[in-house]
Design a protein around this ligand. Structure first.
Ligand code: ZN
Length: 470
């Protein structure tokens, strides 16, 4: 995530489908609904691996209506008599490789597609979905994620966002390239992930197309449309583009742009700590809408209005480009691998820019935080507590305690190595624990157990990284 800015410590089924309705998954394969996330059982879908999304959406601000046509390039990971996608808008047509096929809606979240004949395992095919609806009226599993007013729309949320604006295999475990075209009034700008490749005006409307060539998790795909002022450049060969909403008051626009323009320098600093920046471009967008949090959309985080001194929030979202975006979750329960790491990089930035050392932050937190803070299991916070303070703060404490325990040099070998060896792949807490043990040549089982899976305050011991060693 999403770093919480305020108080941080922050259908319509085709009638002909009816008979085939409950087409079962291949008897030997996984179920159609869900990809096995223990917290969000309907997230993702069995039997498919999406390679690419080509999204073409039109948004009508006056009506709050989104109409779209998305083509997914999909590889079958099992023989498919049917498969699901995740989408919360009504669907009018589905085609596979250009031929219309049957579909149905088992529930508001699942779009079940029934090919005219079984798709063989290993085959790659294109599925095109046409949809139209009012995303601002849609809530799912207590999330009402559409963020828009009459002048601006910004798709940013976590753990879910895609299903409000395109059909997806909505799990961070399945990353794919994104090609995003959005049509809105021609006076507006559209900004999305990656690089803008075209803008075509047709009468009163304009279609702006963005492409991101590095695969991304569906929730990290975004677009914003509205009146924006942009700034762009290149630093160390890396193109950057930032933007601030013109809906904001002039003074706020100016300070927001100053903050956004710190993006290339912060990215360069993070690259020195963590290794090469993982993507083709970088940036940031300040929206006038009020999401109450910032989000690490791949290549281009989105921010609410922040005070100029909130540089650490920019550090946090950019650190996520390594931890969360490049190194992805396979299960949401491991979200501390994103949030603890991004929060630790805030602490380290502060240490290197005139603030207190991260070690002091760790010891102060350990002494001062009390009560329920220590009751959260960081490696399994529960689906309702993914964004609670302990996931961020105790997650960061875990890393600083590891730094104290194994020493600065070994610690940075672990962090940099982790970002490198897992780049573009999924990761779990158990994999991180094994990696840290391997690099440090230490048995870290007791250490990680005390910090991550014990619902109480770790004892003040050197073994827990809470006393200087050597
Ligand atoms: Zn975050």
């Amino acid at each position: 995530m999403r770093s919480i800015v305020r108080p941080l410590l922050c259908i319509l089924a085709l009638a002909l489908a009816a008979g085939i309705g409950m087409a079962p998954a291949d008897a030997a394969g996984p179920s159609l609904v869900g990809s096995g996330d223990s917290y969000f059982p309907e997230d993702g879908n069995g039997g498919i691996d999406v390679q690419a999304y080509k999204i073409a959406d039109t948004y009508d601000f006056a009506r709050g209506e989104l109409s779209g046509h998305t083509t997914l390039t999909v590889r079958a990971t099992q023989p498919l008599t049917a498969f699901d996608l995740d989408l919360l808008l009504p669907v009018s047509a589905v085609a596979i490789d250009g031929a219309a096929v049957a579909f149905e809606r088992p529930d508001a979240h699942e779009l079940r597609i029934i090919p005219s004949s079984t798709i063989a395992r290993g085959r790659t095919f294109r599925v095109a979905v046409t949809y139209d609806g009012f995303p601002g009226t849609v809530c799912w599993d207590k999330e009402c994620d559409w963020l828009a007013d009459q002048h601006e729309v910004t798709t940013m949320n976590e753990p879910h966002m895609a299903a409000w604006w395109f059909p997806a295999n909505d799990t961070p475990a399945d990353a794919a390239t994104m090609d995003i075209s959005v049509t809105v009034p021609a006076a507006m700008k559209v900004i999305a992930n990656g690089r803008q490749v075209s803008r075509t005006v047709a009468g009163a409307l304009a279609t702006t197309r963005w492409k991101a060539r590095n695969p991304m998790a569906p929730y990290l795909a975004f677009f914003t449309a509205g009146d924006y002022t942009e700034a762009k450049g290149t630093r160390h060969g890396l193109p950057w583009l930032v933007a601030v909403s013109d809906q904001l008051p002039a003074a706020t626009r100016a300070s927001s742009m100053r903050l956004m323009k710190k993006t290339p320098a912060i990215t360069a600093w993070l690259s020195r700590q963590l290794g090469k920046y993982p993507f083709e471009t970088v940036g940031g967008v300040t929206t006038s809408l009020d999401p109450d949090f910032a989000l690490e959309n791949q290549t281009r985080p989105t921010y609410p209005v922040l005070r100029l001194e909130r540089t650490t929030t920019v550090v946090h979202e950019l650190a996520h480009q390594w931890f969360g975006d490049s190194v992805r979750l396979s299960q949401w329960r491991d979200v501390w691998l994103n949030e603890g790491f991004a929060t630790f990089m805030e602490w380290y930035w502060t240490e290197k820019h005139g603030g207190p050392p991260a070690e002091e932050h760790l010891l102060d937190d350990h002494a001062q935080l009390s009560g329920s803070f220590w009751h959260t299991r960081v490696d399994a916070p529960g689906p309702a507590h993914l964004w609670d303070t302990p996931v961020y703060e105790r997650g960061a404490m875990t890393l600083q305690a590891l730094r104290t325990k194994v020493g600065d040099k070994t610690f940075w070998r672990i962090l940099r190595g982790w970002a490198h060896v897992r780049a573009g792949r999924t990761a779990t807490t158990a994999q991180f624990e094994r990696y840290a043990a391997k690099v440090s040549h230490q048995d870290l089982g007791g250490f990680f157990s005390a910090w991550l899976d014990t619902p109480s305050r770790p004892a003040m011991t050197a073994a827990n990284g809470l006393a200087p060693i050597g």
